[in-house]
Structure formats: structure tokens, C-alpha cells
Design a protein around this ligand. Structure first.
Ligand code: ADP
Length: 159
């Protein structure tokens, strides 16, 4: 059976930390679907269409990786794309505690779905979308935190 993983997140924006987790997971799975989770009632910083476009751009030469937007429970998206694995990145003990509860509840409700965690590489530990957004919002240079395939100019036009 094909090993399909989903990588869910809000990716507002997608950072080098996210990129690294997906790239390191490519040899582990036959297919990885990056799931941009959204809530129609919640305002994001970058529009959904832009986030989707950027992630597609990053993985345009990687046939195993696709990108989809989804509103709803992550486990329901797993069923939709026939995924058996939920991929997540771990940076800190705070990430661990947060992820542990979600993964254990998911496991109780959907025993067939496994959560798989990759530890971040040390230099990506402090990177998160909130800080990167703040740098961009205030006109700073966030390029070192964004995938090199993307053009910084695209991000600046968002304000
Ligand atoms: P969420 O809305 O779930 O917080 P994020 O876009 O922040 O979504 O994160 C999606 C996934 O990427 C999570 O598993 C998160 O731990 C992981 N992640 C975020 N930033 C990094 C990073 N710098 N290094 C490794 N993993 C990361």
C-alpha cells in the first residue's frame, strides 16, 4: 500500500523550518500532502491562495509533494486523501506537549492513523511563522527564514 502522509499547518507563511521537515520526510513516504488548514471565520495574515501558491512553488520539482487547502478536522482530511500518517515537526518541549495531546486524542479516535514527528534541525528551532510575519510586517529582511525558491518581493506587497 502507498504510504501517504499529510503535513498540516497554517503556514502563514511557510518557512525554512517547514520546508526542511517536508524535505527530510520525502524518503520516508510515497506521497506527502501539505494541508493548509484554514478557518473561514478567522483572518489570516497572508491570503490562502498566496500561501498555496508559494508552497507549490517550493515543491514544483518534487512529484511526491502536493498542496491542498482544507477547512475541518485533520483526521477527516486524512480520510479524504487516504493518508495513514500525520507528519509534524518538533522544536521544543512546548511543541512536544502540544503535539502529544493532539496525537494521542487522534490515536484514540482513529487508531489506524499514526502521527510521525521529526525533530527540527538545531538552527531552525527558533523559527516560527509568527516571528517571520512580524519581521515582514515591519519591513525587515526575513529572507533567511523563507524558502530560497521564493521571492521576498512577493511577501512585501501584502501589506
Ligand atoms: P500550526 O497552525 O499547526 O501551528 P504551523 O504552520 O505553525 O502550524 O506548523 C506546522 C508544523 O510545522 C507543526 O508541526 C510545527 O511544529 C512545524 N514547524 C513549524 N515551524 C518549524 C520549524 N522551525 N522547524 C520544524 N518544524 C516546524
Amino acid at each position: 500500500m502507498e504510504r501517504v502522509a499529510i503535513f498540516p499547518g497554517s503556514f502563514d507563511p511557510f518557512t525554512v523550518g517547514h520546508e526542511s521537515i517536508v524535505k527530510r520526510a520525502i524518503p520516508l513516504f510515497d506521497k506527502i500532502v501539505v494541508m493548509i488548514g484554514y478557518n473561514a471565520n478567522k483572518q489570516s495574515f497572508f491570503p490562502l491562495e498566496k500561501r498555496e501558491k508559494w508552497i507549490k512553488e517550493v515543491f514544483k520539482t518534487e512529484p511526491k509533494v502536493s498542496v491542498e487547502c482544507y477547512e475541518g478536522l485533520t483526521v477527516d482530511f486524512c480520510k479524504k486523501v487516504k493518508a495513514q500518517y500525520i507528519l509534524r515537526g518538533l522544536r521544543t518541549s512546548a511543541d512536544f506537549e502540544f503535539e502529544r495531546a493532539i496525537a494521542q486524542v487522534n490515536k484514540m479516535m482513529h487508531p489506524q492513523i499514526e502521527s510521525v514527528f521529526l525533530l527540527t534541525i538545531p538552527e531552525h528551532t527558533p523559527i516560527n511563522s509568527t516571528i517571520v510575519r512580524d519581521i515582514i510586517l515591519h519591513g525587515g529582511d526575513a529572507s533567511m527564514f523563507l524558502p530560497s525558491a521564493l521571492n521576498m518581493a512577493d511577501f512585501k506587497t501584502e501589506e
